[in-house]
Design a protein around this ligand. Structure first.
Ligand code: 2AM
Length: 183
């Protein structure tokens, strides 16, 4: 069964972030550039039927393109993850993350967590927070979101996109029509 999560891909920002991390002291085991992403909703293991339903729900999801400034560093003590993320972010990001989490919950997926703190994990097994550093000041221009599966390989976990959907605002005509998918 694939282990799934929704996330924003970082595209060309990923190597920029790893370069930024390599140029300063940073705790823990670095996450490879190819694995960097901004998680929207963690789903966990799903069978093929559930996966197909999830994709159909994602297909109907609307969200405008997002501009997210990564200007803060942080650390999750429990997960031992050191990250960069936004100090402030557009409410549309909360709405999208919540809607995707709900799609998962309706299919019996997710971990029950309700809070959402957008971040990009730069290292794992970090036993301390990043030292007081000037945070990067990079902007993630997100124009799509993807459903990923985690795959265990001999060289470590890899995150493979199964499908991606464009971020685009609802058209005026669609706004006027009754919504099938309230969030
Ligand atoms: P992270 O962004 O904080 O690292 C794939 O494993 C992604 O799903 C990771 O990026 C991780 O978040 C997130 N994830 C993994 N296990 C999770 C869990 N039990 N609860 C919430 N998110 C999880």
């Amino acid at each position: 069964m694939p282990r799934l999560f929704f996330a924003l891909p970082l595209h060309e920002l990923a190597p920029t972030l790893t370069e930024w991390r390599e140029q300063r002291p940073w705790p823990g085991l670095p996450v490879p550039a190819a694995n960097l992403h901004l998680t929207l909703a963690f789903l966990g293991d799903a069978d093929e039927v559930t996966l197909a339903r999830l994709m159909a729900a994602a297909e109907r999801q609307h969200c405008p393109p997002l501009s997210i400034r990564l200007d803060q560093t942080g650390w999750f003590n429990r997960a031992k993850a050191a990250w960069v993320g936004p100090r402030e972010w557009p409410n549309e990001l909360n709405v999208l993350a919540k809607a995707l989490r709900r799609h998962g919950e309706k299919l019996g997926l997710g971990n029950g967590e309700q809070g959402y703190r957008p971040h990009v994990t730069l290292s794992r097994k970090a036993s301390e927070a990043p030292a007081e550093l000037p945070a990067p000041d990079l902007v993630l221009q997100a124009d799509s979101f993807c459903l990923y599966q985690s795959v265990s390989t001999p060289v470590g976990v890899q995150y493979e996109p199964l499908a991606c959907w464009p971020l685009r605002a609802r058209s005026k005509a669609a706004e006027a029509a009754p919504s099938e998918q309230p969030v």
